[in-house]
Design a protein around this ligand. Structure first.
Ligand SMILES: Nc1ncnc2c1ncn2[C@@H]1O[C@H](COP(=O)(O)OP(=O)(O)OP(=O)(O)O)[C@@H](O)[C@H]1O
Ligand code: SF4
Ligand SMILES: [Mg+2]
Length: 334
């Protein structure tokens, strides 16, 4: 990437609020005025993040910290409550409708459960061919175009007359990938894209992602619970905690010299050789509710280094070494 080139994707002060999800009784009680109106969840809170062309940015954090919400905003599927999402320097929200539609096509999302996003009544050929046909991306023969996408995703085009339920989980993920590739994206947001697969199938899909990166020059935002997977395939890693990015750096810096106490806790909890399926289970203390995040540094109730200042003042995510950002008051002491 040249120095003058803007990042492929840039999130500038991006926040997203949701009204709290309520069950039926809660909704009826609120409507009848028996309880207060639903509170807001700040799923993503003032995130500044850049993704450079051609890189794999891993995004990790405990369940509910806002990874999927951030991913959906990055893919232009959800608009921020505050802040801007810039794609090649242009704001999705400010683009004319046609340009926004084209820009959104270049960012595709791959989900954990491809089955849920594949229409069970359509054959694979229709699933893969529909969007590029609608958007006028196919110059020649549609079937040849579909066959090429299937082959690129490692599927035999001979099976394209079949329905999604006739495939295994790994093959269905490949159908989802072929469908995404068919609209010629340059950026894939993968949200737990291998989490539901067996380990051996996971490895195959990860290899496919990396081959596609080389062949097509793709850029990835790779969201995962699995620290081993993230360490394996990311160039840079961002660590998220209760809606905020707390640390972001090159993968070697995050895994080799983690700065933020939360990152240190994540990495300390399982011996390093066991990287393959490291998950977050053993950090001391409960993950607070995103409805009532602790004041100051959200991590202070679980942090072994918490000081009075941490309870009152939110630390700013700032550069502590070239390319290494962390949000912790301990960095002010040096
Ligand atoms: N559509 C919605 N309506 C209300 N609340 C929502 C909505 N989507 C997400 N949230 C809330 O926002 C917070 C962040 O959710 P999100 O799904 O982004 O987290 P996540 O990090 O992807 O979690 P997981 O690892 O479990 O997938 C959670 O508290 C969640 O309940
Ligand atoms: S700011 Fe304070 S509470 Fe937060 S991680 Fe740093 S030392 Fe811990
Ligand atoms: Mg999620």
């Amino acid at each position: 990437m040249s120095l003058a080139e803007p990042p492929l994707l840039e999130l500038c002060g991006v926040s997203r609020l949701f009204a709290r999800r309520q069950d039926m009784i809660g909704r009826l009680a609120a409507r009848a005025g028996l309880v207060a109106a639903p509170q807001a969840v700040r799923a993503v809170d003032g995130v500044d993040l850049q993704v450079r062309r051609g890189e794999v940015l891993g995004l990790v954090g405990e369940s509910g910290c806002g990874k999927s919400t951030l991913g959906r905003m990055a893919a232009g599927l959800l608009s921020p409550t505050r802040g801007r999402v810039l794609y090649r320097g242009a704001d999705f929200a400010a683009m004319p409708a046609g340009a926004a539609r084209r820009a959104r096509l270049t960012v595709q999302m791959i989900f954990q459960d491809p089955y849920a996003s594949l229409n069970p009544r359509l054959r694979v050929a229709e699933i893969v061919g529909e969007a590029p046909r609608v958007h006028g991306l196919i110059d020649g023969d549609e079937q040849a175009y579909v066959d090429a996408q299937l082959r690129r995703a490692g599927l035999d085009p001979g099976y394209k007359r079949r329905y999604p339920h006739q495939f295994s989980g790994g093959q269905r993920q490949r159908i989802g990938i072929a469908r995404a590739l068919a609209v010629r994206p340059e950026f894939l947001v993968c949200d737990e894209a291998v989490a539901a697969l067996d380990v051996s199938i996971q490895a195959q899909i990860i290899n496919l992602f990396m081959e596609l990166r080389d062949q097509l020059g793709l850029t990835y935002l790779f969201i995962s619970h699995d620290l081993g997977v993230v360490e394996h395939l990311s160039d840079r890693v961002a660590i998220m905690y209760l809606g905020r990015i707390v640390e972001a750096a090159a993968v070697e810096q995050v895994f080799g010299r983690p700065n933020h106490p939360y990152t240190q806790a994540l990495l300390a909890e399982v011996p390093r050789l066991e990287t393959r399926r490291r998950r977050f289970t053993a950090i001391a203390g409960e993950l607070p509710s995103p409805l009532h995040p602790p004041a100051g540094c959200h991590f202070h109730p679980r942090c072994p280094h918490a000081m009075p200042r941490c309870r009152a003042e939110a630390p700013v995510l700032r550069e502590i070494a070239p390319g290494h950002r962390s949000a912790c008051h301990l960095n002010d002491r040096a």
